[in-house]
Design a binder for this molecule. Structure first.
Ligand code: TYM
Length: 337
């Protein structure tokens, strides 16, 4: 079975609809066909200040939401990044292989650090993508299911994998790392803010009314769908350039219901935007209500949740330790006997 690996930050508490449609939904599907490793990336979370109590709660909350979304611990490996020390260990090695200029070109870092100012930006935020490289390479992942905003980090992963493989090639031996492919589903690679469909939906950038948090009161989210920004035209047609607002709603509608966008265009021919928004609001509420209940169910039983994560970490460590041992050997570290 080919292998996939991906991660999600626990920082935000509730996942938003972009996280779900852009990434988590694919994770659920891929556990059927792939050897799948998914993690909550708490090491990445501390690149910005975190309250310890909230971080702990949000890490469990993230795991609960992943299970509620359909990850099955019998069919995938679900774990917390800090439970597997090899991430930090390989991260250091990868830091030493990355050019300073190369890291400086990461657009997510440039955006985030510009917003924070240099004095508040940590070195951890700067090396964040390199830790992500280590996350992926440790598991020899063939593919990495993510949204569009992660593409550059996967490209860096490919570059560093190839660099290591070449620099530390051993004649007759397999290359150290599998070079991974991004797995980005075009239709849902970028879900947009409901109030400003020119920017992606995100915790940091979206206006509260443009952001759909999965764990909010469903009524609140329904209202946001009904007041989503569209254009002054009235025709329901997918056209990402000319009609970004309605196109975003069509994408969300089509994905949540498993309908083709073309069928929706037909279904809503001659009807106004209001009808589509009201229907989408209802569809979302129907989908999210059981999701919220299942999440709460996992939170109500923290022992089960923690034991799922412990088992996941154990499985993950076996794979990660094997890769790290090869890396340490090829670099020339003396084994600790
Ligand atoms: P994070 O936690 O910001 O986001 C989790 C996933 O959600 C996707 N996503 C979106 N997809 C579509 N539309 C949107 N508006 C939207 N917003 C977010 C993201 O692309 C991501 O797939 N660096 C990663 C976490 C990470 C990781 C990894 C991922 C750490 N190590 C190794 C893959 C492999 C991040 O911050 O994702």
């Amino acid at each position: 079975r080919p292998r996939v690996l991906s991660g999600i930050q626990p920082t935000a508490g509730s996942f938003h609809l972009g996280n779900y449609l852009g990434a988590v939904r694919q994770w659920v599907a891929l556990q059927e066909s792939h050897d799948a490793f998914y993690m909550v990336v708490d090491l990445h979370a501390i690149t910005v200040p975190q309250d310890p109590k909230e971080l702990r709660a949000n890490t469990r909350l993230a795991a609960a939401q992943l299970l509620a979304a359909g990850l099955d611990p019998d069919r995938c490996t679900l774990f917390v990044q800090s439970h597997v020390p090899e991430h930090a260990q390989l991260g250091w090695v990868m830091n030493c292989l990355t050019g300073f200029g190369e890291a400086s070109r990461m657009t997510q870092f440039k955006d985030k650090s510009a917003k924070q100012g240099t004095d508040r930006t940590t070195v951890g935020l700067f090396t964040y993508p390199i830790l992500q490289v280590a996350d992926i390479l440790l598991y020899q992942a063939n593919a990495v299911p993510v949204g569009e905003d992660q593409r550059q980090h996967i490209e860096l992963t490919r570059d560093l994998a190839e660099r290591f493989n070449t620099r530390f090639a051993v004649k007759g031996a397999r290359p150290t790392f599998t070079v991974p492919e991004p797995y980005i589903v075009k239709e849902t690679a970028k879900i947009y803010d409901l109030q400003d469909p020119s920017v992606k939906m995100s915790k940091s950038a979206s206006s509260p009314k443009g952001l759909i948090n999965l764990l909010d009161e469903p009524k609140t989210s329904a209202k946001k769908f009904r007041s989503a920004v569209t254009d002054t035209d009235t025709v329901i047609r997918f056209d990402a350039e000319a009609k970004p607002g309605i196109s975003n709603l069509l994408t969300i509608y089509a994905t949540l219901t498993g309908t083709a966008v073309a069928d929706l265009e037909q279904q809503y021919e001659g009807k106004g935007y209001g009808a589509l928004k009201t229907d989408l609001a209802e569809i979302f509420v129907e989908w999210v209500t059981p999701f919220r209940e299942r999440t709460q169910g996992y939170l109500d039983d923290p022992e089960t949740l923690d034991s799922i994560l412990a088992k996941g970490a154990e499985k993950a460590r076996t794979v990660a330790a094997e890769t790290l041992a090869t890396v340490y050997d090829r670099i020339g570290f003396v084994p600790a006997k």
